[in-house]
Ligand binder design. Structure first.
Ligand code: MF3
Ligand code: CO
Length: 261
């Protein structure tokens, strides 16, 4: 069952996403060599609580934190830890969800830590571009496969591979609603997108091979070849002609300035 959101519900979801965007802005101020992922988690937890939100990853199917923090070869669902100290040249994907107004927001961003290798910066840039290409296809009347294929095409044309085991999803009163939104697929296939559908689009893209495995902690997914992966996510509402992007990277951008890539 796919729940179409009313205009009022979309506005409530935008507020939830705005708080998530502001949380990312707070994190962007702190990301530098020497800090731990547990420290980032604490900042996010407190900021979300102070602003009336509920960190909805925390406790989700037993996940133990507010943020998923995935460093370098970790793709998604990394667990924040005092033992993970960021170092110059790392990249870190931060993914989180907030429940506010009865609706979940979901967004992710991959941040550079200090000076990052050109090759890896390019992976990040192409992954983010592929997200926006997917978003540009989140329009009324298009097929889900058009959206999925457009992401895959851009990543593969640039020499990267796309993770298959994890996908985007519908979002609303539940964090994960129908439909699944794969980052690979065939143009012309899949359900017809309709105005009012809210989708979390989240390409996970690898510098090397696309195979991933889950670590012994039961959560952290990493590339088998241990080459880096990037991950960006926005929650968007399908509309006629142009998707309405509910999440925002604006707060990250105003902190990172020329380092925003
Ligand atoms: N934010 C993730 C997503 O994109 C969900 C994380 S659930 C958690 O779907 F339990 F891992 F936090
Ligand atoms: Co998601």
């Amino acid at each position: 069952m796919i729940y179409l959101k009313t205009d009022e519900e979309v506005e409530l979801m935008r507020q939830s996403n705005d708080l998530l965007g502001r949380t990312f802005g707070e994190l962007a101020k702190e990301i530098k060599p020497g800090i731990t992922t547990a420290y980032l988690d604490k900042i996010a937890y407190e900021f979300i609580k102070d602003n009336g939100g509920i960190p909805s990853c925390l406790g989700y199917e037993g996940f133990p934190a507010t943020l998923c923090t995935s460093v370098n070869e970790q793709v998604v669902h990394g667990i924040p830890s005092e033992k993970v100290v960021l170092k110059d040249g790392d990249i870190i994907s931060i993914d989180s969800c907030i429940l506010l107004n009865g609706f979940h927001s979901d967004s992710a961003y991959t941040f550079p830590v200090g000076e990052v290798d050109e090759k890896v910066l390019r992976l990040m840039k192409v992954t983010k571009e592929s997200l926006y290409i997917g978003v540009s296809n989140a329009i009324n009347g298009h097929r889900l496969g058009d959206l999925s294929a457009s992401i895959q095409q851009h990543c593969e044309a640039n020499g990267y591979s796309v993770v298959r085991e994890f996908v985007g999803h519908g979002i609303g009163r539940d964090m994960h609603e129908e439909p699944e939104v794969p980052n690979y697929g065939k143009k012309g296939y899949g359900i017809k997108l309709q105005s009012g559908m809210v989708l979390a689009i989240e390409p996970m893209v690898c510098l090397g091979k696309r195979q991933v495995m889950v670590e012994k902690d039961g959560w952290t997914a990493r590339t088998v070849d241990r080459l880096p992966a990037a991950h960006y996510e926005l929650s968007v509402c399908v509309r006629n002609g142009e998707a309405d992007i509910l999440s925002t990277f604006d707060y990250i951008q105003s902190v990172l300035k020329e380092r925003f890539i």
